[in-house]
Design a protein around this ligand. Structure first.
Ligand code: SF4
Length: 396
């Protein structure tokens, strides 16, 4: 990275500007490095890379729009670019599109689960959900998960790898393509994004924050941060770090138990970050962002759904800026079942009587592999895999 420090500093790893003609080329010795991951790059980074090819700044905006807004998968289709630039990008950059290798649709509510396969063969799940206010996509942030929650199918095979920011964008774009196909509207797109699929988003911190900034960019999807929800099992240092990013997204914390003894058993992460550390971090997030934290509580029959636990939960959360989302656990094939409606109602009523704001989430995806990670798991056991998240972790 010798000939233009300003530009070179912004180039992705393993790429340099040729000292001969200023072309963007692979670094010596890095011949087996994949093509330039342009979908993970910010507008400024693309601008810097194209400047090295002698292109004016508006070209970067064109490329960014083609990738993010029009969701094309071939640089050759970027018809307002000069032919030689299109050819160059085709040869040296990767649009990072995923193949839809499987699709499941819930007959009752139209929820569509997509199994997406990336270039290296790794698969994740993205789920398209229909609500009264529009469409939401639930995306995965990792292929697999190593957090070990006992009720979750996504963690069974461990963590395969983190997703890149561009791969997460691609999940949103795959949902948009699906919507366009189904509605016939070439402009159709999801209005909300929830990071509740396979993986722990805050374990893939840098890529997730880059993804959030990418989908917010007005030259691309222009999504409001207020229409984004990130769900975490409770990584305390990263919650505090996220509070300082200036991204007013909604934080959803998977609680699932009102005390350390039970939470230790359900979620190994609690042994590292117990409730006495987690709740102050949530309070700090609420104070710094002005956003009300959502506490998710998956009701597991006979495990965490007794009314006395609801009262204990109410005491724990008293005075916090937040509310509780209840959802009966979707069976994940791990021997635990969701609470029946009468126990859900009793739990909800006990919380409400204690003055806690509470909602019961509508179950979506009945009739498909609704629990997070089931599709990926099944696909892996029969070849290559499907996606994640405690089924129904998506809030109406
Ligand atoms: S619930 Fe979330 S954090 Fe826990 S194992 Fe499943 S994907 Fe990972």
């Amino acid at each position: 990275m010798k000939n233009n420090k300003g530009v070179a500093a912004a180039l992705p790893a393993h790429f340099v500007l040729s000292p001969i003609d200023g072309r963007l080329v692979l670094e010596e010795g890095a011949r087996r490095v994949p093509k330039l991951d342009m979908k993970s790059m910010s507008l400024a980074e693309i601008e810097a890379a194209l400047a090295g090819l002698g292109q004016p700044p508006f070209r970067a905006r064109q490329v960014f729009r083609w990738l993010h807004r029009r969701a094309v998968c071939d640089f050759g289709e970027m018809t307002d670019l000069p032919a030689d630039l299109r050819a160059r990008l085709r040869a040296e950059a990767d649009p990072a599109c995923a193949a839809v290798v499987r699709r499941q649709e819930a007959p009752k509510d139209g929820t569509v689960k997509l199994l997406l396969r990336f270039g290296d063969g790794e698969t994740v799940e993205a789920v398209l959900l229909r609500y009264r206010f529009g469409h939401t996509v639930c995306i995965s942030t990792q292929a697999g998960c190593r957090m070990g929650c006992v009720f979750c199918a996504s963690t069974v095979g461990g963590l395969a790898r983190n997703l890149t920011a561009g791969e997460m964008v691609e999940e949103v774009l795959a949902a948009n393509r699906e919507l366009r196909l189904r509605t016939g509207d070439p402009e159709a797109r999801v209005s909300r994004v929830v990071l509740m699929g396979i993986g722990e988003p805050l374990e893939n911190y840098e890529a997730v924050v880059a993804f959030l900034r990418l989908i917010h960019d007005p030259a691309g999807l222009a999504m409001s941060y207020r229409h984004v929800t990130l769900s975490t099992c409770g990584l305390v240092p990263e919650i505090r770090r996220l509070a300082g990013e200036g991204l007013p997204i909604t934080l959803a914390v998977s609680l699932h138990a009102p005390n350390d003894e039970l939470r230790d058993r359900l979620m190994p992460v609690n042994r590292r970050y117990p409730l006495r550390e987690l709740l102050p971090a949530c309070a700090e997030y609420g104070e710094r962002t002005g956003r009300r934290v959502t506490f998710e509580y998956a009701l597991i029959e006979g495990v965490n759904d007794a009314p006395e636990l609801a009262r204990e939960l109410a005491r724990l959360l008293k005075g916090m800026l937040g509310h509780v989302n209840l959802i009966p656990l979707n069976p994940s094939g791990r021997g635990l079942g969701g609470s029946p409606p009468e126990r859900v109602e009793a739990f909800r009523a006990a919380l409400e009587r204690a003055g806690i704001a509470v909602t019961v989430r509508r179950e979506l995806g009945t009739g498909i592999d609704a629990a997070c990670g089931q599709l990926r798991r099944r696909s892996e056991s029969s070849g290559r895999g499907l996606p994640a998240a405690v089924a129904g972790r998506v809030q109406e």
